[in-house]
Design a binder for this molecule. Structure first.
Ligand code: NAG
Length: 391
């Protein structure tokens, strides 16, 4: 039994024997900067989502992987129309999802906790995006401001289960997983901790998923913060060509050992820099760490992510849109050209722009705002947005 802080319904969060209820193989440890104490482990999540029957098999070798992207971006989109023509499918199953619940280590901060933030990472990243290194940790900044966070590895990523990368690891399955995690948080099923509010925080494809949740399940979140996202997919092909995806099993990095075929990763560090970073405005050690820990993406997600995007007309909570000034993936390298893309994003996805909504441009940053020198400023703006909205 380890000691941590648990929720006491009469006295708020207090120091006591730790409850790791709801986690399997729990491990307790600090965040990178030490401001949080975190329980990591697996939770079993049951989903039953409508997917797409994709008429395509996981590419058998590198030539087939490369060809699939050549055809994915073919001007007439003939290949996409062909492979997604299989109609709806049922994605149903129980999957182990790796989660990390972090609470402020400082007992005074811990006593203030009433809101948990669900942190959803971007493609080819994992939960560590939110806690990269001391000074580059949104988890630490959130804890210092009196918030709990739940970061996790998406289905088919990192320490989570890796089912079929074409038929199962699709966008609607990711939305269903995140929705189930919100349910566990709201029902105090993770360590017995009870929260008044749940806020959705996304980065990149994680923002697309978070935005998808505000459309499909408008009651899930009290507020959302969407970073590294926009209403334009115009530079996605440029991004994916810079990645030059390879079958992850052919990459010697240890995280890909024992992976089934069909999971894809970036070929080179230069490709990751091209898409995610703005030189020299980032920390070299943080960049190297992210490259060494690069994760995977799947054709299942790439072919279905656009399908979950629709304006969130019924969501009434406040929204914050945060982008690096030089985001390549979603702004083609300039989020203020030809007009402020944050403003366009807000009016496209949240036409009723709920009261208290804000936008923020992270000066000098590329797509991975957390890894840039302006990251700490962005993190402060994010928690300030929540404070301003009494969350
Ligand atoms: C999943 O949902 C479908 C309808 O969308 C239903 O027919 C099926 O019984 C459900 N499966 C499970 C395991 O709940």
């Amino acid at each position: 039994m380890a000691f941590l802080h648990v929720f006491n319904p009469f006295f708020g969060f207090t120091s006591a024997t730790c409850s790791t209820d709801g986690f399997s193989n729990p491990v307790i440890g600090p965040s990178s900067g030490g401001g949080s104490t975190c329980i990591s482990g697996h939770v079993a999540v049951s989903i039953n989502a409508t997917g797409t029957k994709i008429l395509y098999e996981a590419p058998k070798d590198q030539r087939a992987v490369t060809e699939s992207f050549v055809e994915l971006f073919q001007a007439d989109a003939a290949w996409i129309s062909e492979v997604i023509a299989g109609g709806p499918s049922v994605i149903s199953g129980r999957y182990n999802i790796f989660v990390k619940l972090c609470l402020p280590t400082d007992p005074e901060k811990l006593a203030q906790v009433k809101t948990v933030q669900l942190l959803t990472h971007g493609a080819t990243l994992d939960h560590t995006y939110w806690d990269i290194a001391p000074g580059y940790s949104y988890v630490d900044v959130a804890s210092a401001a009196g918030y709990a966070t739940l970061s996790y590895d998406q289905l088919g990523v990192g320490n989570s289960d890796h089912p079929d990368p074409i038929q199962i690891v699709q966008a609607t399955a990711q939305v269903a997983v995140a929705h189930e995690l919100v349910g566990l948080l709201r029902q105090a099923k993770l360590g017995g901790y009870s929260f008044d509010n749940v806020v959705g925080v996304g980065h990149s494809a994680g923002s697309t998923l978070t935005q998808g949740i505000t459309t499909q399940y408008p009651q899930d979140f009290d507020a959302v913060i969407l970073s590294g996202t926009s209403a334009s997919a115009a530079s996605v092909a440029l991004t994916v060509s810079a990645f030059n995806f390879i079958d992850a099993t052919t990459d010697p990095a240890p995280q890909f050992k024992n992976l089934p075929a069909g999971f894809l990763t970036q070929q080179s560090a230069a490709g990751i820099q091209f898409a995610f970073y703005r030189y020299p405005n980032y920390d070299e050690d943080v960049f190297r760490k992210q490259v060494a820990n690069k994760q995977t993406n799947t054709l299942g997600v790439l072919l279905t992510l656009g399908g979950i995007v629709a304006p969130s007309t019924e969501f009434t909570g406040p929204v914050q849109i945060v982008n690096g000034q030089h985001d390549l993936v979603f702004c083609g390298g300039n989020c203020l050209y030809p007009t402020d893309q944050n403003v366009v994003t807000m009016s496209t996805f949240y036409p009723a722009a709920p009261k208290g909504s804000q936008t923020y441009i992270a000066t000098g940053a590329g797509h991975s705002i957390a890894a840039h020198k302006s990251g700490p400023d962005s993190f402060q703006k994010m928690v300030q947005f929540l404070k301003t909205n009494s969350l």
